[in-house]
Design a protein around this ligand. Structure first.
Ligand SMILES: C[S@@+](CC[C@H](N)C(=O)[O-])C[C@H]1O[C@@H](n2cnc3c(N)ncnc32)[C@H](O)[C@@H]1O
Length: 478
């Protein structure tokens, strides 16, 4: 099949703002389809340049003036198709007469968009197929449009559950594989969640499904400026269940950056789990001085802002280290006006004085498997081979933190992942060697239920409504 590689044949933007009223049949959606075009362009950006869907799409919507129902549809389709990619590809492969690896990337994006509409939305099948075929015809010509039409018609023959039954192994033979397909997660991530849930692996399906639920935006009130209750009243949100500074906004409540308290720096967007981990570090009792705090991996500065505000209230100061200069700039911006000094450098060789900090946070770079619900394509981009390198870096950063904290001081090791190699694997190596004594972290998450057997804390979206943050609190021996 010959496919067009030249410029897209879609009309230019000004034309499309005044589309012809003509339709080519009673069932045909109009040719001008800004929502699906934006969704398709987002999928292409994710595939071609490793872009993040949740950064690309809002920009596209703004630039193209897409609002209201069209914006809602574009968001549902772009994020949904990006999340479900692996499942959609298995189904598309079963319906295609040639391997997907031989299909042009642009066509594949469109097929994913069409299959997502067929399997996971209430859009009528004929509209899902016809609108996708229209987009393909405009971009690639009629030959490819015919191919996509044929594949999508086959996809439409079954619903999602029937497709899973058709292509997945029975649960009795391979429960992980089946769940991976049924919940559209890579197998290695399903296995990592199962390992982390351990005795409570009966929650596995719920844990995986929570990754697909649209998360509420969480805000953190700036301590000393406004309370959680005041922030809830100012934003129309709800007081968070566990963090005294937290507020939850309705999913889809609009851009939080437009809220006055965010613009006036009285609050910031921050997952409640992140707030709880930073707060836990500040709640551990210390004998002796408590004046020097350190955030060793600070960018973009969410926890540094919370810690800096708490430090200001208690008369302490915070040093914040960040390796990436542009992220260090973000830390500077988020902590402006607070007693925070930002240092650009590698936390493993920061040059800061050893044994001089009372509290140190290591919010280490990680796979981010705990925040898959916030990053639609992340589950397909991360690779199991990432884990070993990250675990090594995490261990080195934690060891550096344990040198920087004074004897009797406390280190909070935090990752946004439940993967055991990034969590208890890293911590047990340093405690086994006697570099640190683990504290029962559950004490410092007051009011938070279902924290497991300790001593470290693993939060979960399906249990706590937070990202799956892991937090281990470690005291440096005297
Ligand atoms: C999980 S993020 C931290 C999030 C941050 N604490 C917050 O709440 O906004 C990890 C950060 O560590 C930075 N990083 C990576 N390697 C580092 C290193 N060797 N030393 C210091 N920072 C590093 C990354 O650039 C990234 O900004």
């Amino acid at each position: 099949m010959t496919e067009r590689t030249g410029p897209r044949r879609r009309p230019s933007r000004p034309e499309r703002q005044h589309p012809p009223a003509r339709r080519r049949g009673p069932e045909r959606p109009p040719q001008d389809d800004p929502a699906r075009e934006a969704a398709l362009d987002t999928l292409r950006a994710v595939r071609e340049r490793d872009a993040y869907a949740n950064l690309v799409l809002p920009k596209l919507l703004r630039e193209r003036g897409i609002t209201g129902r069209d914006a809602g549809l574009a968001t549902e389709l772009a994020y949904g198709a990006a999340r479900a990619r692996g499942l959609l590809d298995e189904i598309l492969a079963a319906c295609s007469d040639r391997p997907l690896s031989e299909v042009d990337g642009g066509l594949l994006d469109a097929m994913r968009l069409g299959a997502y509409q067929l399997l996971r939305t209430r859009i009528p099948s004929h509209a899902a197929v016809a609108s996708t075929v229209d987009l393909v015809r405009a971009d690639h010509g009629s030959g490819p449009a015919g191919f996509v039409n044929a594949v999508l018609r086959k996809v439409a023959e079954r619903d999602e559950a029937a497709w899973v039954d058709h292509i997945a192994p029975p649960a009795t033979r391979d429960p992980i594989d089946r769940l991976a397909l049924a919940t559209a997660h890579p197998r290695w991530i399903v296995q990592a969640f199962a390992d982390a849930l351990g005795d409570t692996a009966d929650e596995l399906a719920a844990a995986l499904r929570a990754d697909d639920a649209r998360p509420a935006v969480h805000l953190a009130a700036r301590p000393g400026e406004v309370s959680g209750e005041e922030l809830a009243a100012m934003t129309g949100g709800e007081v968070a269940p566990y963090s005294p500074y937290g507020v939850h906004l309705e999913p889809g409540a609009g851009d939080p950056g437009d809220l006055d308290p965010i613009r006036e720096r009285l609050a910031a967007v921050q997952d409640e789990g992140s707030q709880l981990c930073a707060l836990a570090l500040t709640r551990v009792p210390l004998a002796g001085a408590d004046l020097r705090w350190l955030d060793l991996c600070a960018g973009p500065g969410g926890k540094a802002a919370l810690l800096g505000a708490l430090a200001a209230l208690s008369g302490a100061t915070l040093d914040a280290v960040e390796k990436a200069p542009h992220r260090a700039e973000l830390v500077r911006a988020s902590t402006k006006g607070l007693p925070v000094a930002v240092h650009v450098g590698d936390g493993r060789a920061s040059g800061l004085a050893e044994a001089s900090y009372d509290r140190v946070l290591v919010d280490a770079p990680c796979t981010g498997l705990g925040a898959l619900r916030r990053r639609p394509e992340a589950r397909w981009r991360r690779q199991p081979s990432d884990v070993a390198d990250l675990a090594k870096l995490q261990r080195e950063l934690l060891l550096a933190a344990l040198k920087l904290v004074r004897p009797g001081g406390v280190v909070g090791y935090v990752v946004c992942s439940p993967h055991l190699r990034e969590t208890v694997g890293v911590v047990s190596e340093v405690t086994r060697r006697g570099y640190a004594q683990p504290l029962d972290g559950r004490e410092f998450f007051p009011g938070v239920p279902d924290l497991g057997a300790g001593p470290a804390v693993q939060l979960w979206p399906h249990r706590h409504g937070t990202d799956a943050m892991f937090c281990s609190l470690l005291r440096r021996p005297w």
